[in-house]
Design a protein around this ligand. Structure first.
Ligand code: UDP
Length: 234
């Protein structure tokens, strides 16, 4: 399968058409951004690592019955995917307080939540992806009730699957972001699952092994991504 026209360039990926009208190729870049792209940088080999990690996680989820846009890994940086229409919602699930939730509610990072917290953010950069609820999502026609129910139910299942997968690899899944897309009347899990989109802490030391090392200039970012890859492949 070969790349044809580039149809989109985002912060971390490019998307290309292929000869098959139902399939796209997504290419993972080394570019990193944070804080609404006010902070920009490069994480060496990030694209290669995130492609591999996403490939492993999409395969694992598919094997457990989650429908995703993933078709196959083409090479180091390229993944063949189904051409979905992205639902303009970012779903976040939180198991431990961090990032946006710590800030919003003045909570200390690291508090384990009694139950997972599910959030919708409206995917709109110009508004800084505001936190919204299902009423907003319906009123703005971002998705219908049936789609929202499916997305919520599926996201909690994905949380359970990812949490136990990472736990076996000595990693704590603190929180993560998912995106979904429409494909031939169905909702599929889309985008990527990687240390760019998940907070992952070492189970023993609680060392951060994700994009927070870039956001907060903690150093050792490349090593952290490679460590996550080693753990998930091991
Ligand atoms: N996240 C993401 N893309 C975004 C915003 C958040 O992948 O545009 C991920 C982030 O890496 C974390 C989770 O979603 O794992 C929750 O992020 P949060 O809402 O705390 O926002 P942040 O701290 O990134 O501002």
């Amino acid at each position: 399968m070969e790349k044809r026209k580039q149809i989109y360039e985002g912060k971390a990926k490019k998307v290309y058409e292929t000869d098959d009208p139902d399939l796209f190729i997504q290419e993972f870049k080394d570019d990193a951004t944070a804080f609404d792209a006010k902070k920009r940088g490069t994480i060496q080999q990030k694209g290669v690592v995130n492609n591999k990690i996403s490939n492993i996680l999409f395969n694992m989820l598919e094997s457990k019955g989650i429908k995703t846009h993933f078709v196959k890994q083409l090479d180091e940086r390229n993944m063949l995917i189904k051409k979905v229409e992205i639902v303009p919602l970012e779903v976040t699930i939180r198991n431990i307080v961090a990032g946006g939730m710590a800030k919003l509610l003045a909570l200390e990072e690291g508090i384990t939540l009694g139950e997972p917290v599910f959030e919708y953010h409206y995917k709109k950069d110009s508004l800084h992806d505001p936190l919204i609820n299902d009423y907003h999502a319906r009123a703005l026609k971002l998705a219908n009730q049936e789609e929202l129910e499916f997305i919520e139910k599926t996201s909690f299942i994905i949380n359970d699957l990812l949490k136990s997968f990472f736990d076996k690899k000595g990693l704590i899944l603190v929180d993560f972001k998912l995106e979904f897309g429409r494909y031939k009347g169905k909702i599929l899990l889309a985008d990527e699952i990687s240390p760019d989109t998940c907070r992952l802490w070492d189970k023993e030391t609680r060392k951060k092994l994700d994009k927070d090392r870039f956001r907060r200039d903690l150093g050792g970012i490349e090593d952290a991504y490679q460590e996550v890859l080693r753990r998930v492949t091991g």
